[in-house]
Design a protein around this ligand. Structure first.
Ligand SMILES: C[S@@+](CC[C@H](N)C(=O)[O-])C[C@H]1O[C@@H](n2cnc3c(N)ncnc32)[C@H](O)[C@@H]1O
Length: 213
C-alpha cells in the first residue's frame, strides 16, 4: 500500500542532522541491531542510517518508509552497504507483508512519529515468526512529573509534532509495547545529547510476543 506521508522540510533536515549525529548515535544503532540474524523488517527506516550497522548474519533487510524523500535517501544508503536491502513504501500501521514472515522487527526512533503506534505494534507482532523479536531504540516520556508535563504540552499543542515531522515526545512507549502483547526482555535507559532535553530519556531494548497473546 503506497502511503501519502510527506514531511519535505523535516526529511531534509533529519537527513542532514542524522549524519551529523552519527558519531554519538551510531553506537546505539550498533547495539540495537547487534546479534540480529535472518530476515529483518525495519519500520520507518528514514534515510537508512541503521543499514551500515547490520551484521553478517542478516540475510535480508526490508526497510519500510512512507516519506518519499527519506525513501530516496534510504535507497542511496542501501547501495553503499553489504546486506541485501529492499526499500518498500508503506505504513507500519498496515504492513504489506504476510503473517510470520520476519525473524526480527526493528523500530528506531519511529514509534514517536507513527500516528497510531498501537496499530504498528500489533502489526509488528503479526509479521514476526514464532520466536522472533522486536528490537527498539526510542525516546520516551520522562519519569519526572514536571518534565513529562512539558513534554505533554509540546505534544498536545502540536508544536513539537509540527516542528519534527509528526514526532511526539511524551509517549510511554515501553508501556505501549507491553500493552500490544509483547514481553520486554531487555531494556536500558539512555540519554542522547542534552540530558534534560525534551527528547530524553531514550530506551534501548528488545521484546518478544507473548505466546498466548
Ligand atoms: C525520526 S525519523 C527516524 C528514522 C530512522 N528510523 C532512524 O533511526 O534514523 C522517523 C521516521 O518515521 C517515519 N514514519 C512516520 N510515520 C510512519 C508510519 N506510519 N509508518 C512507518 N514509518 C513512519 C518517518 O517518515 C521517518 O522516516
Amino acid at each position: 500500500m503506497a502511503s501519502d506521508l510527506s514531511h519535505p522540510v523535516f526529511a531534509r533536515f533529519f537527513t542532514w542532522f542524522s549524519q551529523k549525529m552519527e558519531p554519538e548515535i551510531g553506537p546505539y544503532r550498533s547495539k540495537l541491531v547487534a546479534g540480529l540474524s535472518g530476515r529483518i523488517l525495519e519500520v520507518g527506516a528514514g534515510n537508512g542510517m541503521n543499514f551500515a550497522h547490520y551484521g553478517k548474519d542478516v540475510t535480508e533487510v526490508v526497510a519500510l518508509e512512507p516519506e518519499a524523500y527519506m525513501r530516496e535517501k534510504a535507497t542511496d544508503s542501501a547501495a553503499r552497504v553489504a546486506p541485501k536491502i529492499t526499500i518498500v513504501d508503506g505504513s507500519a500501521t498496515a504492513l504489506p507483508f504476510e503473517d510470520d514472515s520476519f525473524d526480527h522487527v526493528v523500530a528506531c526512533m519511529v514509534l514517536c512519529s507513527i500516528d497510531d503506534p498501537e496499530a504498528a505494534l500489533q502489526e509488528a507482532r503479526r509479521v514476526l515468526k514464532p520466536g522472533g523479536q522486536l528490537s527498539f531504540f526510542e525516546h520516551v516520556r520522562a519519569e519526572g512529573q514536571a518534565k513529562a508535563k512539558v513534554q505533554e504540552l509540546l505534544d498536545d499543542s502540536r508544536i513539537w509534532p509540527w516542528v519534527a515531522g509528526g514526532c511526539h515526545c511524551s509517549r510511554d512507549t515501553v508501556a505501549s509495547i507491553e500493552a500490544a502483547g509483547f514481553q520486554v526482555t531487555q531494556v536500558s535507559d539512555e540519554a542522547i545529547g542534552v540530558n534534560w532535553g525534551h527528547t530524553n530519556p531514550h530506551v534501548l531494548g528488545c521484546a518478544s510476543p507473548h505466546t498466548s497473546a
